[in-house]
Ligand binder design. Structure first.
Ligand code: G
Ligand code: MN
Length: 462
């Protein structure tokens, strides 16, 4: 009797514990379920208006079509660095999971109403209505970069951290059209990537305020283009030993009605941002080709002409076609003109830029790497490039005169130039001390005020 009571008490206790445990677990899972559902609900509310790649482009186009004087918006272009190796090591599912987590974090970070788009497998675009100032853009970008670095848990308990790069572009009075805006965004992202991981770049931040000098120029520039106030100056590139020019670099100038002759520093960023650089650039190229053809036919002295191409022009899919058409029209060969490309554009990873440079090389243009020396790593990169000229930046030439290491880089470059058969040109030569130094170092060509300033062609008899 006693034993059976003890037994039934035992069973009761056991049953009670079981009931408590089961209901506890049930409540736990219920709460978990509700929380999950709630999170999903909040997310789905946040994500109304989420767009896919095409949707995003269409949306942006529409915004351009309806843009007016008071339109303002900002687009962030966020790329995940080295996504492919991440996918390889964590698997596609885990990677996608991490990208989705990042997207959720962006929804919490960007202002309400931001349109967030998983633009590519490794990139986001974010459209914000706001007219952010520089400080706000840098705050948001910095927070985005931090979000990438907050570890994202995976099932295997390994944590993924994402390195990001961000390009930002704001709509303003200079934004010509959708295509130009997209190019500006890509260039901003490419610039950010060049400066290292976890960086952001705002496209032409200086142009954002409407009270800037540039803004005031903008309307004038439109008129100046119509009035053909742009003109070309020429500056000789000298063979130091022969003391004779081997080439003339063509430089764009703006013959301003009241301010006199302005150099590109005053207006280039504006016509780049508006996209006008493309046709101003082709116009200038044709002027140069006409002047060259006339000079060649009269003198037959082997002197060639060169012209600068801006990174923005290299984003133009029609660039090579345009240049070739002009050459054909005036019966000039591609190997009679040089195109100067700044070193960091030369090694750009933007596909359109790469493709254009390849096509320019294939077409037979003489290629000059301009302003060489600012990024020292590029000596190695010259290996992959067929160029005929490397132009040493003025400050690089100066530094190499009193910095032993930089002097060493110059020596290496000169040796390399002999092997690869390209000409090394020192820029910004202003005195004969520099010329002696260049000769000692084995640099055979120079350009600068010492030989001649950029001047109208008549001044040089060309
Ligand atoms: O980036 P690029 O090398 O194409 O720039 C050429 C610019 O350098 C021109 O605007 C020209 O006026 C300027 N320039 C040319 N020669 C000299 C020089 O000897 N000294 C200085 N300070 N500038 C020069
Ligand atoms: Mn140049």
């Amino acid at each position: 009797m006693l034993a059976s009571t003890t037994l039934s008490t035992g069973v009761n206790i056991f049953l009670t514990i079981l009931i408590v445990l089961v209901s506890g677990a049930a409540i736990f899972f219920l709460i978990l379920g509700i929380r999950k559902e709630r999170a999903r609900f909040i997310n789905s509310k946040l994500k109304t208006g989420a767009l896919d790649k095409n949707g995003f482009d269409e949306y942006l186009k529409k915004r351009f079509a309806s843009a007016g004087k008071n339109t303002h918006f900002t687009v962030f272009y966020i790329e995940i660095n080295d996504a492919k190796p991440l996918i390889q090591s964590f698997g596609e599912k885990q990677y996608k999971n991490a990208v989705a987590t990042l997207e959720d974090r962006f929804y919490k970070l960007f202002p309400k109403g931001a349109r967030i788009c998983n633009y590519e497998y490794d990139a986001f675009t974010v459209f914000c209505e706001e007219d952010f100032d520089k400080k706000e853009i840098s705050d948001i970008s910095a927070f985005c970069l931090l979000e990438g670095h907050k570890p994202i848990g995976t099932i295997s308990r390994v944590r993924i951290e994402l390195d990001l790069n961000i390009g930002v572009c704001s709509y303003n009075a200079f934004s010509a059209d959708f295509d130009t805006f997209k190019q500006n965004l890509e260039l901003a992202l490419a610039t950010s990537k060049r400066s290292g991981l976890n960086k952001f770049t705002v496209y032409s931040a200086d142009l954002m305020g409407s009270d800037t000098e540039e803004y005031r120029y903008y309307q004038e520039i439109k008129q100046a283009i119509e009035d053909k106030e742009f003109t070309l100056y020429y500056q000789p590139i000298f063979d130091l030993a022969a003391n004779k020019p081997i080439a003339y670099e063509t430089l764009l100038r703006w013959n301003h009605k009241t301010l006199g002759v302005l150099s590109p520093a005053k207006f280039l960023t504006i016509i780049e941002q508006s996209g006008d650089i493309n046709w101003v650039g082709t116009w200038a190229f044709e002027q140069m080709v006409v002047t060259y053809a006339k000079h060649r036919d009269e003198h037959n002295d082997g002197i060639i002409f060169t012209m600068n191409l801006s990174p923005k022009q290299l984003m133009n899919p029609k660039l090579v076609e345009d240049l070739r058409r002009i050459l054909k029209k005036h019966r000039v060969n591609a190997n009679e003109v040089g195109l100067e490309i700044v070193e960091n554009a030369m090694f750009d990873k933007v596909p359109q830029v790469k493709e254009n440079i390849e096509r320019l090389v294939q077409s037979g243009f003489l290629i000059a790497v301009d302003d060489f020396g600012l990024e020292m790593s590029s000596l190695k990169m010259l290996e992959n490039l067929q160029c005929q000229f490397v132009k040493l930046d003025k400050s690089f030439v100066e530094q190499s005169q009193d910095d032993f290491l930089i002097g060493g880089v110059v020596d290496a470059l000169v040796g390399y130039a002999e092997k690869k058969q390209f000409k090394v040109v020192a820029e910004g030569v202003e005195d004969d001390v520099t010329i002696e130094f260049l000769k000692e170092r084995g640099i055979a060509y120079g350009q600068g005020y010492f030989f001649g300033k950029p001047l109208p062609p008549e001044e040089y008899g060309i």
